[in-house]
Structure formats: structure tokens, C-alpha cells
Design a protein around this ligand. Structure first.
Ligand code: CA
Length: 225
């Protein structure tokens, strides 16, 4: 059983590594998110212990990037007790379980063993709204059963809108979840992408799926309208 620990606090990382090795695991450590992501993509680990606050790429981003590339390695996320981040968000980005810092080693091992027994992460369910369907695992999208080619960014936007069908999603929310965290360009880029999506989805079908809510954002119309 080989485990990757992605944690920038060097002392905590080496404490976890030593402890897990005593339990018979092989353990690699990455001290930043980017390195962690690259290692996780290159090596088939049995599980990841992933901190959230990491240099270069935070834990949420690492997790989302792995899932986006259909990597279903079980992920145990470490969350801070009084952080602005929460467990729900960890699970939402594709983590399988979480542990709040500070944690006891015994609890960490118990969580990891349970996680590995359960096996890889459950593949996310196919999203369906009206006659749209999006498979987050395969990164495929179809309108009335006809496959429509979307770029990765278009796919992320559709996934976000479909997960929250009927709700208004602001441009900022779209920007934050569909663009790289380091993106500092014009938020109006979202409008450009929504236009691309309408060209591929609304216009050929001759109806409105993506509605503009003036001054607020966008809404995926979840019933015939
Ligand atoms: Ca950290």
C-alpha cells in the first residue's frame, strides 16, 4: 500500500510519514500542491492524504484536477479547525473523506484503512437536466442524446450550471470555480464563454437553456421555459 502525503508543514509531513511507515505503508511526501498533483498523476497510489492550504496549488485544486483527469485515487483531505474552508467543500471537490487538524494518528490510520477498503472514489453520477446530459467522469456532454464537443472550460461551466440547475450563478462564482486560481484577467471572459456555449447548445436546439439574469449572473433553465 503506497500513500502520498501532500503537506507543506514539514514537521507534520514527516510525523505522518514515519507513523504510516511504522504501520507498514510505503509513503511519499510532496510539500506543495503542484508537485503533489504531478506525483499523483505519475504514480498509482492507494490513497492520498491532502492538506488544503498548500503553496502553488491548494488541496481543492489538486483534488479537482485529479478528478477532472478521471483519477479516482481515494483522497483524505486535511481541513483546518477554524479555517474559512469547510468539510462540505472538501467533499464537494471530490475528496472521499476529511479529517480536521489537529488529528490523532490512530484516527488518521483508521480513516485511511476505511478509505482503502471502500476502494476508489465513486464515479460521479451523470448529470441530467431536461434533455442535457453531462458525464463528469468521462467529460462528455450531449443534447437530446447527440454528443456536443465542449472545451474543458466550457465543460466546467456547464457542469457548474447543471449542478445548480434553476439557481442563479454569478459571474464571479463561475470564474472562481472554472478558471485557474491564479487567473487575474477580465471577469467578462465568462460572458465570452457563455456565448460560445449558447452557440453550441441553445442556438442549434432553438431554445433557451442558459438564461441571463441581468445584473446577477446566469441560470440553467431546469424546466421547459
Ligand atoms: Ca498547509
Amino acid at each position: 500500500m503506497r500513500i502520498l502525503v501532500v503537506e507543506d508543514e514539514v514537521e507534520l509531513a514527516s510525523y505522518v510519514k514515519r507513523g504510516l511507515e511504522r504501520e507498514g505503508f510505503a509513503v511519499d511526501v510532496a510539500n506543495d500542491g503542484q508537485t503533489g498533483l504531478e506525483m499523483a498523476m505519475a504514480t498509482p497510489y492507494d490513497a492520498l492524504v491532502l492538506d488544503i492550504m498548500l503553496p502553488k496549488l491548494n488541496g481543492y485544486k489538486v483534488c479537482a484536477a485529479l478528478r477532472e483527469q478521471s483519477n479516482w485515487v481515494p483522497i483524505l483531505m486535511l481541513t483546518a479547525k477554524e479555517g474559512e474552508y469547510d468539510e462540505a467543500e472538501a467533499l464537494d471537490t471530490g475528496a472521499d473523506d476529511y479529517l480536521t487538524k489537529p488529528f490523532s494518528f490512530v484516527v488518521l490510520v483508521a480513516h485511511l484503512r476505511a478509505l482503502m477498503r471502500r476502494g476508489g472514489a465513486a464515479r460521479p453520477a451523470v448529470l441530467e437536466v431536461r434533455d442535457l446530459s453531462l458525464d463528469p467522469a468521462r467529460r462528455t456532454f450531449a443534447v437530446a442524446g447527440e454528443a456536443v464537443d465542449l472545451t474543458p472550460t466550457e465543460m466546467s461551466i456547464m457542469e457548474l450550471l447543471m449542478r445548480h440547475a434553476g439557481d442563479v450563478i454569478s459571474k464571479i462564482e463561475i470564474l472562481e470555480s472554472c478558471w485557474d486560481w491564479a487567473y487575474e484577467g477580465d471577469p467578462n471572459i465568462v460572458e465570452v464563454y457563455v456565448r460560445y456555449l449558447r452557440k453550441k447548445i441553445d442556438i442549434p436546439a432553438g431554445r433557451t437553456y442558459i438564461e441571463t439574469v441581468r445584473g446577477s449572473g446566469y441560470r440553467l433553465v431546469d424546466e421547459h421555459g
